[in-house]
Design a binder for this molecule. Structure first.
Ligand code: V47
Length: 359
């Protein structure tokens, strides 16, 4: 077995990590060295830039046919905390962003038992009618797979309908952890790993870009995380369709795995750095500030992240319901620029496709 020092030197020269070497590096290299290697890799891709965007989320419903053990967001029908927004409510939310320079709307929610793919196509059309210049990044692979199968369509047919309605990119959610045995424990009834890959692979073939996530810090081991990242690296070798990878730290408030606790910030930084090093073919590693909180996000920039997500404007509840620092997450452009500068980088506004926005 090679030492972590040998592996680090090889990585610095651009050698691709094997699963075995990744494990040694992850477990044995000191934190500062992982940061050094990951930032050097980040610089090859995005120089001294750190990306952010002006975005908001629509969470149409928190009713869900699935019952994932880590989820703090889901409510059952009849609960006082359940919601299922009407189209008029969604349109009213979207109208608030007219003329405000927003470039992306992220639409994700529970997998509703009744709404079908035609309902979601209508939703996208209504959003685009109000904000035509805004990119619609919509629905996790699990929501997509469910609505497409329920309509009796193939993945390609379903995605084509949504693309015709105006869907332009797919967010990374629903990936959780790809290992099938673990998935059966933390989200037994949820759409499978195979479904997640089928949706993303088909989307890439149709020319859509997508993101990928990994839910970590629960019952998985470092080996499971490496397996997850290797499967994504393989997909990216095949299709090149992934824009960004987003490690999502399990937050333990208000769900049925709360007794597990949360991993340390040091573990977050190791996971970010190792994601950057293993995923040598995915251009962007996103430190999602809503989930990490602002302080860890700033530190993440010293561990290979080059994207912090966006302004959000208090439009998502998934993380505040799971115990994240900000109960009403919003960040100004000035604060995002200041954060990037303090970390020694230059903040660049981007659109969904990482085109830079001219000032
Ligand atoms: O798939 C749910 C995660 C994801 C918890 O693509 C939890 O740009 C931690 O995917 N603790 C949805 N995580 C969010 C998501 C996302 C977020 C921001 C940007 C993008 C992007 C995608 O949230 C779910 C699940 O993995 N999640 N509950 C929890 N208690």
């Amino acid at each position: 077995m090679r030492t972590w020092q040998d592996i680090a030197s090889a990585v610095a020269e651009g050698v691709r990590l094997t699963a075995e070497d990744a494990l040694t590096l992850w477990q044995e290299a000191p934190l500062w060295r992982l940061g050094e290697l990951a930032v050097a890799r980040k610089r090859e891709v995005s120089g001294d830039k750190v990306y952010y965007n002006r975005n908001f989320h629509i969470e149409p419903t928190n009713l869900c046919v699935f019952n994932c053990k880590f989820c703090s967001f889901r409510r059952t029908k009849g609960s006082a905390e359940a919601w299922d927004k009407t189209m008029e409510e969604i349109e009213a939310q979207v109208r608030e962003y007219e003329g405000r320079g927003v470039t992306e709307v992220h639409i994700v929610g529970g997998v509703h038992p009744e709404h079908d793919i035609y309902y979601y196509c209508d939703m996208i059309r209504r959003v685009k009618a109000i904000l035509p210049q805004v990119a619609v990044k919509a629905f996790t692979a699990i929501e997509l797979s469910y609505m497409i199968r329920k309509a009796g369509l193939t993945t390609e047919q379903g995605l084509r309908l949504l693309i015709d309605a105006g869907m332009e990119a797919i967010p990374g959610g629903g990936a959780e952890i790809f290992d099938e045995e673990l998935r059966a424990k933390i989200c037994p009834d949820k759409g499978s790993t195979a479904e997640w890959f089928d949706v993303h692979r088909t989307a890439h073939r149709l020319g859509l870009k997508s993101n990928a996530t990994m839910l970590y810090g629960h019952i998985e081991s470092v080996e499971h995380r490496i397996d997850h990242l290797m499967r994504l690296r393989q997909l990216q070798d095949e299709t090149g369709g992934l824009n960004a990878f987003i490690p999502l730290k399990y937050r333990n408030f208000g769900n049925s795995m709360s007794e597990i606790g949360e991993v340390s910030v040091v573990e977050d930084l190791r996971t970010l750095a190792m994601s950057r090093l293993i995923l040598d073919n995915v251009p962007h590693i996103k430190a999602y500030w809503v989930m990490y909180g602002k302080q860890t996000t700033e530190m993440a920039l010293a561990f290979g992240a080059d994207d912090i997500d966006g302004t959000i404007d208090d439009s998502t509840k998934i993380y505040s319901m799971a115990g994240a620092d900000d109960s009403r997450p919003r960040m100004s452009v000035e604060d995002m620029c200041a954060m990037a500068e303090r970390a020694g980088f230059r903040a660049i506004e981007r659109d969904t496709f990482y085109n830079e926005i001219e000032k």
